[in-house]
Design a protein around this ligand. Structure first.
Ligand code: PEP
Length: 254
């Protein structure tokens, strides 16, 4: 059975004090509420990782970064390596988020290197893919996602690929309030799973968690998570309050 996962991507939000407060609130609410039916992961900014790791000790909440360097160490001012992330106690890293692709020139080949760096450092990559509105409207959506997934992930060995979580995030739905319809999400998740099946076989396809991201909220999470090929969510804006984030986590049931 593949894992059900809800991961929160805080992006460049929350001071350390605000982030600490949010983590405490999420932790307390999860401890006093019923056990969630999905694994919960929090991805704060780099500067918060070490402190959040301490706060999350002896909980089931996972911790991830939002990006990592392609290189292991050296003269790369401002970069943070996967091994450094791992050394904070984090277990995950988001790779290839559309904001990094669009604003920081992260091409498919770079995401491939980051995925390898992450796995070699013992991290689980949460690999993002998704088309822009123009790509969808011109009918290129499947070609774009295929190129992202195949270049980003298909040079891995089967053993390395088994560590990967995929997140389908249609770029037009991120932070816009628009979300994919259940049919649009299902169609793309089935397509991504078929790509994985063709490359790594049925077992890998069935075991890979594919998350949906893009304006997911407590109100639309139940119908998105009811789709058989949607294994959870990568949540941006709604991960910034405990109420909304946990509303999404509990969309899998209490
Ligand atoms: C994201 O950036 O990963 C995301 C899904 O953002 P939002 O939920 O705000 O659309």
């Amino acid at each position: 059975m593949r894992r059900k996962i809800v991961a929160g991507n805080w992006k460049m939000n929350k001071t350390l004090a605000e982030g600490t407060e949010l983590v405490q609130e999420i932790k307390q609410k999860l401890q006093s509420g019923s056990t969630p039916q999905a694994d919960v992961i929090i991805c704060p900014p780099f500067t918060h990782l070490s402190i959040v790791a301490d706060l999350l000790q002896s909980t089931n909440i996972g911790l991830g970064a939002q990006n990592c360097a392609t290189e292991v160490n050296g003269a790369y001012t401002g970069e943070v390596s996967a091994m450094m992330i791992s050394s904070t106690g984090a277990g995950y890293v988001i790779v290839g988020h559309s904001e990094r692709r669009a604003m920081f020139g992260e091409a498919n080949e770079i995401t491939a290197k980051k995925v390898v760096a992450a796995i070699q450092a013992g991290l689980t990559p949460i690999f993002c893919c998704g088309e822009t509105l123009a790509e969808r409207e011109s009918g290129q959506l499947f070609d774009v996602v295929k190129a992202q997934v195949s270049t980003g992930l298909f040079s891995l060995s089967a053993e390395m690929f088994a560590k990967v979580i995929v997140a389908y995030e249609p770029v037009w739905a991120i932070g816009t309030g628009l979300n994919a319809t259940p049919q649009q999400a299902e169609e793309m998740h089935v397509f991504i799973r078929s790509l994985i099946r063709n490359e790594f076989g049925e077992g890998a396809a069935e075991n890979t968690s594919i998350l949906y991201g893009g304006s997911c909220k407590p109100s639309n999470a139940p119908e998105l998570f009811a789709i058989p090929d949607v294994d959870g969510g990568l949540i941006g804006g709604a991960s910034l309050t405990a109420k909304d984030f946990l509303g999404i986590v509990y969309a899998f049931g209490q």
